[in-house]
Design a protein around this ligand. Sequence first.
Ligand code: ADP
Ligand code: TRP
Length: 331
Amino acid sequence: MDKVLSGIRPTGFLHLGNYFGALLNFIKMQEENECYFFIADYHSLTTHPKPADLKTNVKNVLIDYLAAGLDPEKATIYIQSDLPEVCELSLLLSMNVYVGELQRVSSFKEKVRRQPNNVNAGLLTYPILMAADILVHRADKVPVGKDQEQHLEMTRDFAQRFNNLYEVEYFKLPVAYNFGNELIKIPGLDGSTKMSKSDNENSCIYLSDTPEIIRKKVMKAVTDSGPTEPNQPKPQAIENIFNLMKVVSAEETLHFFEEEYNQCRIRYGDMKKQLAADITAYISPIYNRILELRDNDEYLKRVIRQGAEKAHENAAKTLHDVREIIGIKKF
Ligand code: ADP
Ligand code: TRP
């Protein structure tokens, strides 16, 4: 059975892109693998969130994950800062990582460009902490998007370097896992090809949006004055509305609007009303569960305590072994 691990920084609510692009796959994977999902709160500190915001964001992400179907009986769900072993492993790995290679990481260079007034050491050592997250469980597969591939390559380098230095075959080399044909990209409501909260908050529909907010957002989605000739290719913004329909609506509904479009009869107002209703219906079980979980701190605490305990078992064993290998010995 493969060990699969993934983490998400708590920076806000989960949107339909996160759900269809990443979360649904994790949810399927928990059935057949030993899965670990964690909330990377240490990693999010590089941008100095306000303490109250950090607390609410961690809670909201946890609620969204659980409401969407992650099952704490099947997967180990925990918060990074509940696993102090990660910090120790990160420190131990750092002794064998070169400052130059960290400075050459694309995500670091991008941050230096974007936030020149806050180039903190946490940004530079980000890939070491991420490697520690992965290696502490000796995970086999890490489902990540393209933007994280370089970090994963570094994790493999650090693991291999440790093995070479101490002449052991201790760390496995984890691979980036993506879902081949199932890889999908959910478009934004703003005409862009990717729904993304970091690019444009207004392009996103969150799992926790009320039906009223969903309706308002969808009605405002970018469209045009409609086709003037039959069977014309669709402009990007229109293609986006159809693609959103593809994931949440019934096939007949999609087919109906395709026909309307091809015959130049399409009324985008009607199509958007239908899309808003279908999104609402699709996410309503998740949304209802979010509302329930918001008032159930006892349950959330239990999930997190149980997750931390399970994660700790692995982590403690790894740190015990690593200390032994390095020569940090008790007298
Ligand atoms: P954002 O772009 O909104 O900041 P993140 O970078 O936090 O999103 O993404 C978290 C996860 O969700 C990643 O695995 C990413 O690949 C996936 N994801 C984000 N947006 C989309 C989208 N529009 N379509 C498919 N997957 C997405
Ligand atoms: N760096 C990841 C991101 O920005 C989050 C993350 C931290 C992560 N540690 C991880 C992802 C370990 C996978 C495995 O999205």
